[in-house]
Ligand binder design. Structure first.
Ligand SMILES: [Zn+2]
Length: 371
């Protein structure tokens, strides 16, 4: 009996001990839990309230404090799907910051792109917010991308979103987002020495520029070209004749004064808007270079047959010429199609331009423009 009693006491003590240990562990566990659930004190009360509402206390407490996150939380713009991005986006001292990054995130910009935009193009934020996503970090990889023109690229893209960003960059570099003649490069006389020179509604020759090496063409001594272009033209016509394709020059070098007389006559007859579609204003004509010829087919006063046009498209580059205003490219050249107008560039460059299938305006911007 005595033994039995002793055992009972030991058993009771053991039970009490077990319960005590269990209760103690539970209390400790709950205390620990409670401590872990306390919001990170680095965040403001307003931010913490939002963190608790989303049950993200533990997740956020396990990470370092983020001012970007706090700003988003305080602005009531928090979206849990962008939690990681908030941590990656560098905080900016800008009162629109939470709104701006929220909008950019919903447009599918990632945190790297958002940091890049703030670092490089914060002046263009409003335009970016007003348009669909564009791959802005890829822009830098385009050889002809000019960071100073970003605002123009974005503005042009907004109204011309049928073009990809590479096309937008080239077109804006050419100047197509601006009215022709409104903003142009004025060449110096030194610039005119190169056969590669680009002349269009955005590039003007000096009024007094006249090539020093003009020579008459054998077909008509009143028609002049620079010597190298004149020789190339004779070879071009000989090659055409061998292929039984016939054409004759009807206009070649034209001085600033001659172009001025012509343009004024057209303007008075058809009005400025119409005249600008087919005649260059003085100083903006390739004919002043002495490197351009207009050719006609027999029985046509100032045009060529479709067969001759095809022949010129496929063969003129072999002799150094390109068709400068081809059919279907009016929106780039800013002139109506002029199948009869060929421009001398030299065989090497004309071959490259021909192979590129680009207008000279595009080719020049992509491969010849010095930046
Ligand atoms: Zn012409």
């Amino acid at each position: 009996m005595e033994n039995n009693k002793g055992l009972k006491i030991i058993l009771i003590i053991l039970i009490i001990l077990t319960i005590t240990v269990f209760v103690a562990i539970t209390i400790l566990y709950l205390m620990d839990k409670k401590e872990e659930a306390a919001p990170n004190t680095s965040y403001s009360a307003k931010a913490s309230a939002v963190i608790q509402k989303y049950n993200l206390t533990n997740t956020i407490n396990n990470k370092e404090y983020s001012q970007t996150l706090e700003t988003i939380l305080e602005a009531n713009l928090f979206d849990p799907q962008y939690l990681d991005a908030y941590y990656e986006i560098n905080y900016q001292e800008d009162q629109n910051f939470p709104y701006t990054i929220s909008k950019l995130l919903t447009k599918n910009y990632n945190s790297t792109e958002i940091n890049y935009i703030y670092d490089n193009y914060s002046n263009c934020l409003n335009i970016l917010l007003d348009m669909n996503y564009i791959n802005i970090t890829n822009l830098n990889k385009l050889s002809n991308f000019d960071p100073s023109k970003l605002e123009r690229y974005l503005q042009y893209h907004k109204t011309n979103n049928q073009y990809d960003i590479a096309t937008i960059v080239t077109y804006v570099n050419i100047g197509l987002d601006l009215e022709g003649y409104s903003n142009y490069v004025s060449y110096t006389t030194e610039d005119t020495s190169s056969y590669k020179i680009l002349v269009n509604k955005y590039h003007k020759l000096p009024n007094d520029y006249e090539p020093s090496d003009l020579v008459p063409l054998s077909y008509n001594s009143n028609l002049l070209l620079r010597e190298v272009a004149a020789e190339a033209f004779e070879q071009l016509t000989s090659a055409a004749t061998l292929d039984q394709v016939y054409f004759y020059p009807f206009s070649a070098y034209r001085s600033y004064t001659t172009q001025s007389v012509l343009y004024t006559r057209y303007k008075e007859r058809d009005g400025e808007t119409k005249a600008d579609t087919y005649s260059a204003r003085p100083g903006f004509s390739e004919h002043q270079l002495g490197l351009a010829v207009d050719v006609r087919s027999p029985n046509l006063a100032d045009n060529i047959t479709p067969e001759t046009y095809e022949w010129l498209l496929n063969n003129s580059y072999k002799y150094g010429f390109i068709v400068r205003y081809p059919k279907g490219k009016q929106y780039i050249t800013q002139y109506m199609e002029e199948p009869w107008h060929i421009r001398y560039l030299g065989i090497d460059l004309a071959t490259k331009v021909h192979a590129s299938n680009l207008t000279y305006d595009e080719y020049y911007d992509l491969y010849l423009e010095t930046r």
